[in-house]
Design a protein around this ligand. Structure first.
Ligand code: PHB
Length: 357
């Protein structure tokens, strides 16, 4: 059915009316300053992109343990809150909306990044393949510490603390990062979770940590300010689930208990673009706004909105090199292409120097 909607129609997310359905996807850019604090350069970057219906920030560590990469932002210290305040004010000045992404990387880290050089933590002591990005270059991943049952309430408390700090920093809400092979996703998928306590085994038990985090964060700041991101078949970070469709149908059913601001789904495999699952099963189950992501262009996104396959679409790469992506979509202007050499780390080059129309 053609319901006549397009990307430029406004939409209600929680208590907010977004100006359009074009969302800036969360992207790690490794340009935080000392103490994982956002500075003037980051303020400019986000303000340039404020015409997006919604900006979702780069993943931001909920605690010192949650860090997995150099120069990524945090949301657990007072200085980090102050840094983010300037970002949210700049985006709001331009009439935009901005959610902060709450991030715990779990096993995708390295002792050299961890407090006191401790092991990274995970549901089970299973090492991902490959290398960690550290301040001393690439270093092999290590076998992580399997979290004990009694360590989990502390992690939930870290999510709550970070969500509260995000609201102090002026964000419109938070996105709980439960995708891409980071901690919450490591619990959900059975390739990385081999626990035999109440947080492993059945789908219900593997999704329990996400449920408890979502419940605690919703209680702290209000469910209408909370979104969740999942990536059912993304293989990034050595991830696999033996029954992804059923697992993530169950995740979606579970999330329906909370009346979230939105569900954000990275559809397919971010690395290969392969897409096997039937995402309409997630879209049809979810009672709130469904945000689609992964390699969408203007045409596919428009079609997805028209067909009712998505309520919003988030764009990553196009927003790196087109701060005025919304205007370019509206006018059919050519898009500039992003330079991969400047994706991660560095200065204003490849960050805030992409041209407006
Ligand atoms: C990345 O740095 O490539 C990255 C970080 C976080 C994600 C996905 C990708 O969720």
């Amino acid at each position: 059915m053609n319901n006549q909607l397009d990307l430029f129609d406004s939409i209600e997310i929680g208590d907010y009316t977004l100006a359009n359905r074009i969302v800036m996807a969360p992207m790690t850019r490794n340009r935080a300053g000392e103490g994982n604090v956002q500075g003037a350069l980051n303020v400019t970057y986000y303000q340039q992109r404020a015409s997006a219906g919604l900006i979702i920030t780069e993943g931001s560590q909920i605690s010192p343990q949650a860090v997995g990469y150099p120069a990524t932002a945090g949301i657990h210290s007072a200085a980090q809150v102050e840094g983010w305040k300037a970002v949210t004010a700049a985006v709001h000045d331009k009439g935009g909306h901005i959610f902060l992404q709450l991030w715990h990387v779990g096993r995708v880290s390295h002792p050299s990044l961890q407090p006191e050089g401790l092991l990274p933590v995970a549901p089970s002591a299973i090492k991902p393949a490959g290398d960690a990005f550290t301040y001393d270059g690439l270093q092999a991943f290590v076998k992580p510490h399997a979290l004990t049952t009694d360590e989990l309430p502390g992690i939930i408390a870290d999510y709550v603390n970070a969500a509260r700090k995000a609201m102090q920093a002026g964000f419109d809400g938070v996105e709980i990062h439960s995708a891409n092979g980071y901690l919450l996703d490591q619990f959900i998928r059975d390739g990385s979770n081999q626990r035999d306590d109440g947080y492993g085994g059945s789908i219900d038990k593997r999704t329990r940590l996400l449920r408890e985090v979502v419940e605690a964060v919703c209680n702290a700041i209000g469910s209408n300010k909370v979104g969740v991101r999942i990536s059912p078949e993304n293989s990034f970070n050595s991830m696999h689930d033996s029954d992804a469709q059923n697992t993530f149908n169950a995740v979606t059913d579970m999330l329906n208990g909370f009346h979230l601001a939105y569900l954000h789904v990275l559809e397919g495999d971010m690395l290969t673009g392969q897409r096997v699952l039937d995402y309409s099963q997630l879209k049809d189950r979810f009672v709130g706004p469904y945000m689609a992501n992964c390699r969408y262009d203007f045409e596919r996104a428009t079609q997805a909105i028209k067909n009712g396959d998505a309520d919003l679409v988030s764009f990553g790469l196009p927003f790196i090199s087109n701060p005025d992506l919304v205007e370019r979509f509206r006018t059919g202007a050519e898009l500039s292409t992003a330079d991969p050499a400047s994706f991660y780390g560095g200065n204003e080059k490849g960050y805030t120097d992409y041209p407006f129309l």
